[in-house]
Design a binder for this molecule. Structure first.
Ligand SMILES: *Cc1c(COP(=O)(O)O)cnc(C)c1O
Length: 407
């Protein structure tokens, strides 16, 4: 086993030398010749039974070699025997619920809030035929029933950076598998499978891709859990496109460097923002009092590069004044992104539940990118310092049309 940065660069590339290529090959085939149709039938049966590979991929919904390389690389980074990739983070969450609850006939989920708004909404919507009990990390054992198929947690949680002790939650869940959404920490900072999590889930759209140009999801787990996930993926068609697999695999090579650099910026900005008169409070695991259980340095190798800040002024006005920071949802990109969870990512979480789980209406989520930290500070400082400072001039669609018409 190589170390983190080496694994990030070399993982999933073991067959490239034999292929005589250096860059990751992108296989766009939707179908594969099966001259011996009986043999093709055996391969198809193997995939339908949950196999990772067979003689021929047969059809791209069953298997894709480019995606499979990305899966091997991600599994190596998470320290699991397998990983299964999906077309988005939400497709991955859906597949985990289907494999752990629907396939096993255990239609009850226990979830700890806050969660990413999409996950929260999926679990409470009834769409997958499961019932969800929301609870706190210390009460998981009380919420588990004989019908419980899955415990769902995030740490650090989206959007307020709450931390929870994964090993303690796994112990409280007993026999029930736990899925840890590891999107915020990435395998660079945390490996929940080593702490007993059955499923480690990523929205690959965020840090794994890392450049804001690919949508995907992936679940790292033991082979015993991977088989049912692959079966679900084949049946529902929630596959990752090979271009997405390529982009996320390429992203992994620089993942440790990107996360470490962005984290340095986040630690500095969290410290400065906590002392800013326009800020009510800041949430980041690096700040004093933010990590009473001492999880940073034990469970996590670092506090991460996402922080949240509660503004004294209307957060919408603060965002409007930003000139450098990108006002957009998502996170983990090379550029710094800011968004208002109550308006956007957590809009579908009922207001009372959102507030009760520590996500007030004046909270902004900041995903720190790779810019010079002094430039980010200048922009945040002026935006938080009130309306007299520099204003962003939004390019209105009307203005754009006029520009076109006058040319
Ligand atoms: C974005 C996100 C998701 C959903 O991922 P998509 O790729 O957008 O479907 C799930 N969990 C967390 C923590 C996220 O930030």
């Amino acid at each position: 086993m190589t170390r983190l940065r080496t694994t990030a660069v070399h993982g999933g590339r073991d067959d490239l030398a034999d292929l005589g290529v250096h860059a990751l090959p992108i296989d766009l085939s939707t179908t594969y010749p099966v001259p011996d149709q009986a043999e093709g039938g055996h391969a198809l049966q193997a995939f339908a039974d949950g196999a990772a590979h067979a003689g021929s991929p047969v059809y791209a919904r069953l298997h894709n070699p480019t995606v499979a390389r990305f899966e091997r690389a991600l599994a190596a980074l998470e320290g699991t025997s397998a990983a299964v990739a999906f077309g988005s983070g939400m497709a991955a969450v859906t597949a985990v619920v289907q494999a752990a609850c629907v396939l096993t006939g255990k239609p009850h989920v226990v979830a700890v809030r806050p969660l990413y708004g999409g996950t929260d909404h999926l679990l409470s919507s009834g769409l997958l035929g499961v019932r969800t009990t929301y609870t706190t990390a210390d009460r998981v054992a009380d919420a588990v029933t004989p019908d419980t198929g899955l415990v769902v947690v995030e740490t650090p949680a989206n959007p307020n950076l709450d931390l929870l002790d994964v090993a303690a939650v796994v112990a409280r869940a007993g026999d029930v598998p736990v899925v840890v959404d590891n999107t915020f920490a990435t395998p660079v900072l945390q490996n929940p499978a080593a702490l007993g999590a059955a499923y480690v889930l990523h929205s690959g759209t965020k840090y794994l891709g890392g450049h804001g140009d690919v949508l995907g999801g992936v679940v790292a787990c033991a082979e015993e859990h991977a088989g049912p996930l692959r079966q679900v993926r084949i049946v529902t068609g929630a596959v990752l496109h090979p271009l997405g697999g390529y982009l996320m695999h390429r992203g992994l090579a620089t993942l440790p460097l990107r996360v470490e650099a962005a984290q340095r910026g986040a630690v500095e900005l969290a410290r400065r923002l906590a002392g800013h008169p326009g800020v009510e409070f800041v949430r980041h695991p690096s700040l004093p009092g933010a990590d009473p259980a001492g999880l940073v340095g034990t469970q996590m190798r670092g506090p991460g590069a996402v922080l949240a800040l509660a503004t004294r002024e209307d957060p919408v006005a603060v965002v409007r004044r930003l000139a450098l920071v990108t006002p957009a949802v998502s996170l983990g990109s090379v550029d710094t992104l800011i968004e208002h969870p109550a308006a956007l990512t957590h809009r579908l979480v009922p207001g009372e539940a959102r507030e009760a789980s520590g996500v007030p209406a004046n909270l902004l989520r900041l995903s720190v990118g790779l810019e010079d930290v002094e430039d980010l500070w200048d922009d945040l400082d002026q935006a938080l310092s009130g309306p007299r400072a520099m204003r962003r001039t939004p390019s209105s669609p009307r203005g754009a049309r006029e520009l076109v018409e006058t040319h």
